[in-house]
Design a protein around this ligand. Structure first.
Ligand SMILES: Nc1c(NC[C@H](O)[C@H](O)[C@H](O)CO)[nH]c(=O)[nH]c1=O
Ligand SMILES: CC(=O)[C@@H](O)COP(=O)(O)O
Length: 166
């Protein structure tokens, strides 16, 4: 089994105004999803963020639900959670690639999203990544969303070129 080098983790951002996060989770593998939600909730709580949660059937529906919420609701950011485990067919690649690409495109359009959709070969890989006491990828996705929200607030209302001398 591969060993994993630990990586540097940014300190969590601090906020002077309330933050509202939406967790969108696909509980396709329910125990895995439950652990990721627990990790994400703990990180949100550490930043004082309020959390709502909605469930969708599978990873492919996660970006669609985030896009709907971003149009119709008032969340500051989103945590995308789920797990895709390779099966016998090429469907794995479709679910992994399309969910990831759609989430990235929503991010480029301005939504603050942490992507915590696991894409793994087997269940043990998913379990260690979902475990809040293990790799805690749910917590990492929540932290990513919170960092983007902090950046978005830092630059809100700024106009290009103002404040610089030519
Ligand atoms: N195989 C996995 C799926 N597949 C289902 C799709 O995400 C989608 O719900 C369906 O195609 C209907 O649009 N979803 C997962 O979250 N994880 C999988 O391993
Ligand atoms: C990741 C998947 O979509 C997978 O569960 C589908 O399994 P299969 O390729 O065996 O149909």
């Amino acid at each position: 089994m591969a060993t994993h080098e630990s990586h540097y983790t940014l300190p969590l951002p601090q906020f002077d105004r309330p933050v509202k996060l939406l967790i969108v989770v696909a509980p396709y593998y329910k125990d895995i999803a439950d652990n990721m939600v627990a990790g994400a909730r703990a990180v949100a709580a550490a930043c004082g963020a309020e959390v709502d949660l909605v469930e969708v059937p599978g990873a492919l529906e996660v970006p669609t639900a985030i896009a709907m919420a971003d149009r119709q609701a008032n969340y500051d950011g989103y945590v995308a959670l789920g797990c895709v485990i390779r099966g016998e067919t090429t469907h794995y690649d479709t679910v992994c690639n399309d969910s990831s690409r759609a989430i990235s495109l929503l991010g480029l359009q301005g939504a603050c999203i942490g992507n915590g959709i696991l894409t793994v070969e087997n269940r043990p890989q998913a379990e260690v990544r979902a475990d809040p006491a293990g790799q805690n990828k749910g917590g990492g996705a929540a932290a990513a969303a919170l960092h983007l929200i902090a950046l978005s607030r830092k630059w809100a209302g700024q106009t290009k070129g103002i404040g610089f001398r030519a």
